[in-house]
Design a protein around this ligand. Sequence first.
Ligand SMILES: [Zn+2]
Length: 667
Amino acid sequence: MVMVAMLLAVAPMKTAAVEEALVAVHGEAQRARVERGVRQVAALWRPTDGDLHAFCTAQFIAEPARLAMLLRRFEENLEQLDGHLLEIGRELRRPTDLEVGTVENVDRLFAAYDPAAHLVDDLFESKLAFVALLNFPSSRLDERLAEGPTWSRDQWAAARLTGRFARRVPADVQQGITAAQAAAELYIAEYNVWMHHVLSAEGARQFPSGKRLISHWNLRDELKANYADPQGLSKQRTIVRVMERIVTQTIPWAVIDNPHLDWNPFTNAVVPAAAESVEADAPKRAATPSGAKEPDVRYQRLLANALAQRKADPYSPMARSPIDRAFAMGAELPEARVRELLLSVLTSPQAAKVAAEIRRRLGRPLEPADLWYNGFLPRGRIAEAELDAKVRSRYPTADAFAKDIPRILTELGFAAERVKHLSERIKVDASRGAGHALQAARRGDFPRLRTRIEPGGMNAKGYNIAVHELGHNVEQVLSLYDVDHTLLSGVPNTAFTEAIAFVFQARDLELLGLGKPTPEDERLRVLNDFWSTWEIAGVALVDLDVWHWMMEHPRATPAQLRDATVRIATQTWREHYAPLLGGVDTPLLGIYSHMISYPLYLFNYPLGHLISFQIEEQLQRAGAIGPELERMAVQGAVSPDLWMTGAAGGPVSSAPLLRATEAALAK
Ligand SMILES: [Zn+2]
């Protein structure tokens, strides 16, 4: 059955007879619509769906008024489906997401259950997806980019409708993708390094007992924290060596998540750890030293992800490879343009100037570890304890924060009537986690601001997050309630809502009445953001190049993929990083865990930085935050370039980041 379906999807069934019959009924003027619609349906039709001819005859609509009605029906009904399913999921997760008493074991099972998981499958099964595909055009990314700027809002709404049905992946293929991804995530989740047992080049212990760091996030954050330590450089070099060993898979297999062994990553020697040095909470692992290297598991997992995703290619007529889908359906920017944006940061003259400023601040030549330099982050002007006390007394409960939202929005420049509109639609809950914003998907339901309230009240960290989440909530209300089509609710992609959230977050102290950031704080923030963008741009390029290599070498072994990854990472380093940071042959750029567990996602981070700067530059130009954000958000989920052109007068660009950096360097 699966084989038959695959063959049909690869070579769509012959549709000429159906097309001629429909043209005979509806007239020659409908030919183009008929051909496009019938072929869109046939590309995803399975034998079990029944009689294609009968379906098309019954459901094709030619009259403009009835077509408009059809679009409206889908819009209204999908809003109900999406909105209510989201609410059900939210309520099932109440006990695990909110501070509402003990979490029972069964609550975790309810939380893992997603009532919307099979919605798209169900819409195909019930033929509703096919009605949409028969009557409204699907578009490839290049078509949306070329024609989108001239489309009406109705045409955009129709494009978003058919976009939901751009692929129909069979259950077994989808399960394969999910399983490969879950295996990769588990591999990464257990990839811990016990730092007390990682020795310096001279064989000395440098890290405290109990420090267990997951790759790469904790390793990188520890490296950053080491800038505050006079002995930091030696630790940073050790961490870099650990990272390189992970990328090249020369790390001894036995030392991963194993504090029973001491490891020198410079010599790769492994010896039993002295009993008194082993942590009390150490996992049970062999204490017999072995230098046998990790057997390329990192690259087995990556290959498995790629192979599983390729199996979905035949069922995705608008984007026939995982890379195409990441750009066409995820970012909605062509890969060539994303690469250009990344390279414009990597090759910018600002990079060398910022590096020179870091060199001055550190008083030494730069090294590969300085890829993660974080010394630009301004030291807090107000002591953390003082800030905690201030926030705690102001926000003893989640409700106290909710009551203050109208004042916050007023200070951000929203008009009185909009303040009322927004604050009435944002509901605040006390969360178990650090905080998050949960959107709503139907009018009549409300976005949730989840914020962490410690026993005596909110602390400074929680407040900073809450202000960030409030930015998401404001965008969520505007792009659901105030957009003209709910099929267009939301933003082009997550980078846009993050950018709006950062606009709020950057003003958190100001909103507490503690004054604006000083010009020097601002200057340092810009330099820090530039350096982060420069760093992650190279990481993202490596991820893309590795995926292209996998597509070109479908029968590669994990060892071959390892060699290719090391080669790509090293070349990228040599070209863009070695001139400023030295370390000619380091494969450091291959360390990100996203490469293994979040395939083809990394390029979204540098894009996010660029979009943030572009929005922030526009807000400063306009001189008003509230009304300007509102004007931007009500555009809804059109393509990123179109949204940005409406918001800031031009497509997504690195120019605002580079301009801000240049200005910061000149100060
Ligand atoms: Zn966020």
